[in-house]
Design a protein around this ligand. Structure first.
Ligand SMILES: [Zn+2]
Length: 383
């Protein structure tokens, strides 16, 4: 449209100018038309980028107003000053229209972007909760730390074990009644070639039912021909097909220790466990050992410690007995010491194991094991 107006109006008056009044009138009419056109177009624009395009069409060197300037050359010299004024007025007017429209649209755009980025200062902020180790992790770390001060190294072992490491090497062949206590998750048939056949047919991989499964591996890793003394602890998940209740879970954690030295004795075992109990439950703690049975130790004992809540007087935590059962232990059977590559006439061993959940529940006086697994942040944030 702009181009039409420009070409007609700049090429038509090439004929000799008529009376000045007539041409001046045509120019004024054209100026008024452009002004109206500018008003219409600017009003129709709704965003800033389109506004610039319209401005170019009106005011650039090739725009409508500049087209009008070229008409001046066709006018009488006397008419030109007036024509100049008309065009200047037009240009100033269009410029002012443009500026006003630009200000309106800018304000609207600013308004919209503020609304889009609106901040509701009444909303509660987002809090970043600091992480911390789970109480079971804390208990494991505490136990590892206590036993490292007593001279024990720490290593983790795999959750999926061979039947050999979990049972057979620990003197529980598959006819052994002690296996009944471990309701086991079997995973897959084991590759029999992994172990010498004279150590039995190791038919399955399984989820370890106790961390005691580490014993033979710890001895084997201890270098060569069984001449290096060994004091090692481990901890990790164990699995049994237990129904979940306040005291049982199908997945639980054990902490386990093994010492193989030339002078390991039941007296040393008791001393180690007493020191550990004192560090865990407080310096007034005492322990007592009761005869017990485990397939992999002889003699074997259950260990009780004085109740940390009542120091032996009797309370709800200890069912009024003053004592709490905390772990099992015993002297490692010589067959296992031999299987681990040591000469059982020179080396003796002892072992001990405990439930991490049980220790955690005693340390923090919890009465339901399930609280440790429910991931209730309100509960966990207390530790
Ligand atoms: Zn008590």
């Amino acid at each position: 449209m702009g181009t039409d107006a420009m070409t007609t109006d700049t090429t038509a008056p090439t004929a000799p100018a008529g009376p000045a009044g007539i041409d001046l009138g045509a120019l004024e009419a054209e100026a008024a038309r452009i002004r109206a056109e500018a008003e219409r177009q600017l009003a129709a624009v709704t965003d800033l980028s389109a506004l610039d395009a319209v401005r170019n069409e009106l005011l650039s060197k090739k725009g409508l107003v500049s087209g009008l300037v070229k008409m001046i050359g066709t006018l009488d010299a006397a008419a030109r000053p007036h024509a100049g004024k008309v065009i200047n007025t037009l240009r100033d007017g269009v410029e002012a229209l443009y500026t006003a429209r630009r200000d309106t649209l800018s304000a609207a755009a600013l308004d919209a972007s503020l609304k889009a980025a609106a901040v509701d200062i009444s909303m509660p902020g987002r809090r970043t909760l600091p992480g911390r180790p789970h109480p079971i992790r804390q208990t494991q770390a505490e136990l590892v730390s206590i036993f490292s001060r007593l001279g024990y190294t720490f290593r983790e072992y795999r959750d999926v074990e061979t039947e050999f490491h979990n049972f057979d090497s620990l003197q529980q062949p598959d006819w052994h009644p002690a296996r009944d206590m471990h309701d086991t998750y079997y995973v897959s048939p084991a590759a029999g070639a992994a172990y010498p056949l004279d150590q039995g047919q190791y038919k399955f991989n399984l989820l370890r039912t106790h961390t005691t499964a580490f014993e033979l591996q710890a001895m084997a890793a201890r270098g060569g021909q069984g001449t290096n003394p060994l004091r090692e602890v481990t901890t990790g998940r164990c699995y049994r097909r237990d129904a979940v209740d306040a005291r049982h879970s199908a997945v639980f954690h054990q902490f386990e220790g093994l010492a193989i030295t030339e002078d390991a004795s039941f007296a040393e075992l008791k001393w180690v466990l007493l020191q550990a109990s004192k560090q865990l439950f407080g310096p007034r703690t005492q322990i007592r050992l009761r005869p017990s049975y485990f397939p992999f130790t002889t003699p074997s004992a259950e260990v009780d410690c004085t109740c940390p809540s009542c120091h032996g007087k009797g309370c709800r935590t200890c069912s009024q007995t003053g004592w709490l059962e905390i772990l099992g232990c015993g002297m490692t059977r010589p067959e296992i010491v031999e299987l681990g590559g040591y000469d059982s006439t020179k080396f003796r061993g002892f072992a001990f194991g405990m439930g991490v959940e049980r220790i955690a529940m005693l340390v923090w006086d919890l009465d339901d094991i399930r609280m440790l697994y429910e991931n209730d942040v309100a509960f966990l944030s207390q530790f």
